[in-house]
Design a protein around this ligand. Structure first.
Ligand code: FES
Length: 330
């Protein structure tokens, strides 16, 4: 038949050199163990990645002579993924080079759909190839390959989960509560109104309770900008005015467009600007959007002072901080 796979018998080709594993059962067993070890190491790599993601805190740093102070979680994730991917690839290559059928053949090609007879022949050949690969006879390889492939399928899930906070759920929860002091970032010093001059801006975070730690996720969500104006410069309704204190107003620092840090304040115009897509917010009007793609104002944090005269939150944020596309229904 024209589509037959035939052994090459071309006298012009050099003789095919067979591998040791084709004729030596001990060498074949050794290769099988090596492949299994590589697949096993791949599974260990994925487990390391999962362990680092769940159990290693992103605030923990370890010293490594060549790398210096290194984030332990990032190191675990990177090493886990590298081991998992390298070993599964190396195992597959080693398996193919040492144990899979090693024959040189001619496969005749057709331009259009093959005859039914030829297709049936193809299926037969594939089945024969699968059988020759020895999956049935090599349960150790089959099991370790299954474990390695199964675990590696979890990696994309972890990476997707790590793209950012879950919508809504996460963005409605910040560390701000009634009575939480505003502290400088960096420095963690409580702030009194008199620490801010008119026209000044300060980046702040919520004061940590005993035993609490800052995480990267929380720092992003909790960051608040304090700005001091003259009280008569505000153009706010009574409720929003009551959320200010002696001309000091507080907004979430995360842009309501795509979540960049709103970092520029124009003292003359009293505008806050987001550097990513130029959304501009009017501080005198509760961060109303006056330019750019942001769809809603920056959430305002209600502030006052406590009995010791330090600035504190009156209540948590009353709306989710950050990008607003999570809230849109269409
Ligand atoms: S993220 Fe701020 S304008 Fe786009």
């Amino acid at each position: 038949m024209s589509n037959e796979i035939e052994q090459i018998k071309d006298p012009g080709l050099p003789a095919h050199v067979h591998r040791q594993t084709d004729s030596d059962p001990i060498a074949a067993q050794r290769a099988e163990r090596q492949v299994a070890i590589l697949f096993g190491l791949s599974a260990v790599g994925t487990l390391l990645l999962i362990y680092s993601y769940i159990f290693v805190k992103d605030s923990v740093f370890i010293f490594i002579p060549v790398l210096g102070n290194t984030n332990a979680q990032q190191l675990g994730l990177g090493m886990g993924m590298a081991i998992a991917l390298f070993c599964i690839g190396a195992g597959a290559i080693h398996w193919a080079k040492t144990l899979m059928p090693d024959e040189e053949v001619i496969a005749h090609r057709h331009e259009f759909r093959s005859e039914d007879e030829d297709r049936a022949e193809f299926v037969k050949t594939v089945k024969a190839g699968a059988s020759a690969a020895g999956l049935g006879r090599r349960p150790l390889i089959k099991r370790t390959l299954g474990a390695a492939l199964g675990l590696s399928a979890l990696t994309p899930l972890l990476l997707l989960r790590d793209l950012g906070p879950l919508p809504k759920d996460d963005l409605t929860k910040t560390s701000w509560k009634a009575g939480t002091r505003l502290v400088t970032d960096p420095g963690d010093r409580p702030i009194r109104p008199e620490d801010l001059e008119v026209g000044a801006v300060a980046q702040t975070l919520p004061e940590l309770a005993e035993g609490e730690e800052r995480t990267l996720n929380n720092i992003g969500k909790d960051a608040v900008l304090l700005i001091r104006l003259r009280p008569e410069e505000f153009n706010l309704d009574a409720e929003r005015l009551s959320w200010t204190h002696e001309g000091i107003i507080a907004f979430s620092k995360i842009c309501s467009h795509m979540g960049c840090a709103v970092a520029l304040y124009e003292q003359q115009t009293k505008h806050l600007l987001c550097p990513c897509h130029q959304s501009t917010f009017d501080v005198t009007r509760a961060a109303k959007v006056i330019f750019g793609p942001a769809a809603r104002p920056l959430p305002q944090l209600a502030i006052t002072v406590d009995a010791d005269g330090y600035l504190v939150a009156q209540q948590p944020f009353t709306e989710p901080v950050g990008p607003s596309f999570w809230e849109r229904s269409s």
